[in-house]
Write a protein of this length. Structure first.
Length: 432
């Protein structure tokens, strides 16, 4: 076939060709993404990575745990300020190493993810250590990077039944902790962007999690599918990974919204929308809008968070403990508040208020603090953050929450007791 181009047709071709190429690139971008099945099969872990992770002779960021997948380990990564290494070590009780007033009775235990752990600073630069130094009594740190709220809650329940339990419990909610609670294995979501450093930074393996049962329309608490070191090697098998993650709806939704996979199980998404009363009719075809799936995933994860918070409150009340919830999301909620005065997680704030939770919202502290500066937001963030808080950020957090902590404790810390003595005594703070 011979195609003749006149002057008009040539001009039309010049106009239409870029549009055609753009459309072709878009279609190619969609079809070039793997299916969910192939995505899961690609999530396998090299055997050598697991060998390093499980080796008792290796210093790694975390160590294996049969219930929660992992807890904190001993490691010194080069991830601190000014390209420095940070010393992160763990005590035999499973909490991060502390120095301040550790000979005193500990009244406060803290649970959460890496912002609770105070990643990217050394042991003496955590917000718990700054706070302990000011209060004159220890504050334990059971934070673990990568945990969702459910994993932090399960850690809390476990530790608060041991000899190092505390009367006052802090449960910290950061960023996408809501979604992490729902995942069976967060590794399967982050493996495309996370470098395991040969096993020394491997984490987010299978753990205990929370899921919605689409048949009973209720949340179910699920145990770790790989509870022994030897069983962890099943993560090297693509068939096993697919069979045990193919119906993890939260994982599939998260991978879809991040553009990792080409399609999604529309019927299961529609069913979840029905259960959560979230506009299921908006899914009209086999390729639902990512924005809808992202909104539905937020709704799903917020319902999970409400479930977990209710159980945490019941547990602490039943065991004569007091609970404080911390909210902080510097990369989404805080920035939204600064830009618009609104936040995507308002539903959780309302839930805490309506159900009489004691909570501390660090997002609002930063909004007020930002107004004190004439800086672009990026420049303001560099004062406190290097990904996680830098030492100055942890110091700022400690002194921002300290008034709430002082009012919470009974009796007050020794540095805040209102006695009639003109000078404080040093009983218990100096050698006899």
């Amino acid at each position: 076939m011979v195609v003749k181009f006149g002057r008009f047709n040539l001009k039309l071709l010049v106009v239409l060709l870029p549009l055609y190429l753009l459309l072709a690139a878009s279609v190619w971008g969609q079809t070039n993404k793997p299916s969910y099945e192939q995505y899961l099969r690609n999530s396998i872990v090299p055997e050598s990575t697991l060998d390093t992770f499980l080796s008792p002779n290796e210093y790694s960021m975390v160590q294996f745990d049969p219930e929660l997948g992992y807890i904190l380990g001993n490691y010194m990564p080069r991830d601190g300020i000014d390209q420095s290494s940070t010393i992160s070590t763990v005590q035999t009780s499973g909490d991060r190493t502390a120095f301040m007033y550790t000979d005193k009775t500990c009244r406060i235990n803290t649970y959460g993810n890496s912002f609770t752990q105070s990643s990217q600073v050394s042991d003496g630069e955590t917000w718990q250590e700054y706070l302990a130094g000011h209060l004159g009594e220890p504050v334990r740190n059971f934070g673990v990077g990568g945990y969702g709220l459910y994993q932090a809650y399960r850690r809390m329940v476990r530790e608060e039944k041991t000899e190092h339990d505390a009367e006052y419990v802090v449960l910290y909610i950061w960023g996408d902790d809501h979604i992490r609670s729902l995942l069976r294995c967060r590794h399967a979501l982050i493996y495309k962007v996370w470098d395991h450093a040969g096993g020394r930074l491997f984490h987010n393996n299978f753990w205990a999690n929370l899921e919605m049962d689409l048949k009973t329309e209720t949340f179910i608490e699920k145990e770790n599918l790989l509870p022994t070191p030897q069983s962890l090697y099943k993560m090297t098998d693509p068939d096993w990974m697919y069979e045990n993650l193919k119906d993890d709806l939260a994982l599939q939704m998260a991978a879809y919204t991040r553009g990792f996979i080409s399609g999604i199980d529309v019927e299961r998404v529609r069913k979840l929308g029905q259960i959560l009363r979230f506009h299921p009719s908006r899914i009209a075809d086999e390729t639902p809008p990512k924005a809808y799936v992202e909104e539905l995933l937020d709704r799903y994860s917020f319902e999970a968070t409400k479930y977990i918070l209710t159980k945490a409150k019941e547990f602490t009340s039943r065991n004569d403990k007091k609970l404080m919830v911390v909210l902080f999301d510097p990369y989404k909620a805080m920035k939204q508040l600064i830009a618009t005065g609104k936040r995507y997680d308002q539903e959780i704030v309302d839930f805490l208020k309506e159900n009489d939770f004691l909570y501390f919202d660090m997002n609002l502290v930063h909004v007020r603090d930002y107004k004190c500066f004439k800086l672009p937001l990026d420049a303001y963030m560099k004062r406190y953050f290097i990904g996680h808080y830098n030492p100055a950020g942890n110091h700022f957090f400690a002194y921002s929450i300290k008034d709430e902590i002082v009012e919470w404790l009974n009796p007050r810390p020794v540095t805040y007791r209102n006695n009639k003595q003109k000078m404080i005594h040093f009983k218990g703070y100096l050698p006899e």
